[in-house]
Write a new protein. Structure first.
Ligand SMILES: Nc1ncnc2c1ncn2[C@@H]1O[C@H](COP(=O)(O)OP(=O)(O)OP(=O)(O)O)[C@@H](O)[C@H]1O
Ligand SMILES: [Mg+2]
Length: 279
């Protein structure tokens, strides 16, 4: 676990390793768009209090570039899911600010936040969260049905075709393979055209072939549809599909890599294990 030593705490040297990941690269999938899709400013997230207090995020500054695929990596317990949940407005922060585009979501009242999540953010979770009694297509359009929005037919067709589900739309989840179910979950996230999609290990329980299919699709949705994606992963191969990898350790962003290859990511992880592990 990447917890820090109870009594000794962090030393100054560790402080100097902190990178603020707020420089937005100019390349990307959406024609040189450089805008920031989401950002965190000095975000602290602490759980518990007193002896049991855990600082899951420790003054995190990060910008997520629009039209890019960003991967978040780091040891177990380093704060990856917490960061993603805070960025997506699924969890509150202890202090600091989160922005989706130019909207500050920290401080939004429940109702507004719920609506913002529904209208502007897509989620892909490891458990696919498909409803077993609905067909693939019904599952894909469910969030829009709930929101009372009519799916844009052309867009929906494009998403369905891109995920390669055209021949499976009438099937129920239990009639689909794991990879196909996950692609339904991906299509569902994309169908509503959210500004940004968050995935917490979206390929974590797929075999490597199905995982590659889903990742290839996510990649294409960035390149061809201009989607913005943030994905937590442990897998260097999965991370290599991203444009940029952010590394978390002990609740801080300690490094980042652009245009990652699986080998380079693996190498970087080894370095962290050698110098960064505390347990
Ligand atoms: N609800 C909670 N209450 C108390 N502590 C929590 C809670 N959720 C997370 N933590 C702690 O916050 C830290 C970061 O957790 P987080 O789930 O973000 O890690 P992670 O990087 O996603 O790890 P993993 O790779 O295992 O999923 C951990 O030390 C964890 O124990
Ligand atoms: Mg996690």
């Amino acid at each position: 676990m990447a917890r820090w030593h109870g009594r000794t705490g962090r030393n100054r040297q560790e402080e100097t390793h902190v990178t603020t990941a707020v420089s937005i690269p100019r390349t990307g999938g959406s024609g040189g768009h450089t805008a920031v899709a989401a950002s965190a400013r000095q975000v602290v997230k602490a759980y518990g209090s007193g002896e049991t207090r855990v600082t899951a995020l420790d003054r995190v500054d990060v910008d997520i570039a629009r039209g890019q695929f960003t991967a978040i990596m780091g040891p177990s317990g380093s704060g990856k899911s917490t960061l993603m949940h805070c960025l997506a407005g699924l969890d509150t922060v202890t202090s600091g600010q989160i922005f989706i585009d130019s909207t500050e979501i920290t401080g939004l009242k429940d109702k507004k936040l719920t609506r913002l999540r529904r209208d502007r953010i897509g989620f892909i979770f490891q458990a696919f969260n498909l409803l077993p009694t609905l067909s693939a297509l019904e599952n894909i359009t469910l969030p829009m049905d709930i929101a009372g929005r009519k799916p844009d037919k052309e867009w929906l067709d494009r998403v369905v075709e891109t995920v390669g589900l055209a021949g499976r739309l009438k099937h129920r989840p239990n009639q689909l393979s794991g990879g196909q179910q996950q692609r339904v979950a991906v299509a569902r996230a994309l169908a509503a055209r959210p500004e940004i999609i968050f995935g917490d290990e979206p390929t974590g329980n797929l075999d490597s072939r199905a995982g590659a299919e889903v990742l290839g699709f996510l990649r294409r949705s960035v390149d061809e549809l201009g989607q913005t994606i943030v994905m937590v992963t442990h897998d260097p191969v999965a991370a290599s599909y991203a444009d940029r990898v952010l590394y978390l350790a002990d609740g801080r962003i300690v490094d980042e890599m652009h245009s990652p290859t699986a080998d380079a990511v693996l190498e970087r992880m080894k370095n962290f294990d050698a110098r960064g592990r505390v347990s």
